[in-house]
Design a protein around this ligand. Sequence first.
Ligand code: PHE
Length: 339
Amino acid sequence: MKDKIVALEREIIKETIKTSDEQEKFRIRYLGSKNIIKELFLEIKNVPNEEKKEVGMLLNNLKQIAKKKHDSFVPEARSKDKKQTLDKSRPAEEYKLGSRHPLSLIRSQIIEVFSRIGFVVSDGPEIEDDWHNFSALNFPPEHPARDMQDTFFIKNSNKDMSLRTHTSSVQVRVMENESPPIRTISPGRVYRNEAISPRAHCFFHQVEGLYIDENVSFADLKQTILYFAREMFGEKTKIRLRPSYFPFTEPSAEVDIYWGLKTESDYRITKGTGWLEILGCGMVDPNVLENSKIDSKKYSGYAFGMGIERIAMLKYGVKDLRLFFENDVRFLDQFTSGI
Ligand code: PHE
């Protein structure tokens, strides 16, 4: 038995390990689950009792020698050699997948819902002249929305310029450049000079829609809004229209969806009514059509506009609008888009 151990020791010492393959072969032969040192351990039972202890020690020693020899070879890429600090064999660091911003998710969803019924996206500048943001939309010169409190005017410009207060300005541009039928939605950022609070910000995002064709009626508008509300908030969603006022539509309405009054928070966000306002809409005022050289005797149209933040707050139960703009990853991480 002792002879066998000595012979094996010599064999191990003579072994050379120069590659990872050789190292693996070595491991299997001397350290693996069925290695030859283990086999010798099993033979201890045949050794006379008085030698058992010594043989055991020799075998343990042999195991250590094999282990040391095995560990002495370090594949080049892993060695801490000063010249070689880049370890190409290490697993790549895991990339943290980002997620889309909740406002982008809702914007895409709104666009998707309207594009299914033929609306195309239009885009325009955020810095607008008075004509596109106000005058063409039938705002009387003294209308309060032109007041400094609502609008960010841009000083030192020779024209009356401001940051657009709604994306209806884009629709004026579409009406000027295209002829009916027009079916467009304009998503984009808008600016209003308002105090920042959980419910208001000095900039936010809108999607506004415009449809102009022959014989467009209020019933078309109502049905389109109902379709949108059901796609967005569920099949059984109920809507109601309340009369309202906008300079560019007549008649005008505000649309509420029925939110319910089941929980305390339902009471709070609907102010006890169960209804929540989601958008403004109306039939395009003939003056607006004429301003863009569209024959108001031949054509009629409807328009609507909504705040993306508001829809996102309702869909995701977000209580403070400011969260959308702070870019706190703890908030944003909750919106994984699966893309
Ligand atoms: N432009 C309006 C706003 O910014 C919304 C609106 C659009 C209302 C179209 C009626 C028709 O609030």
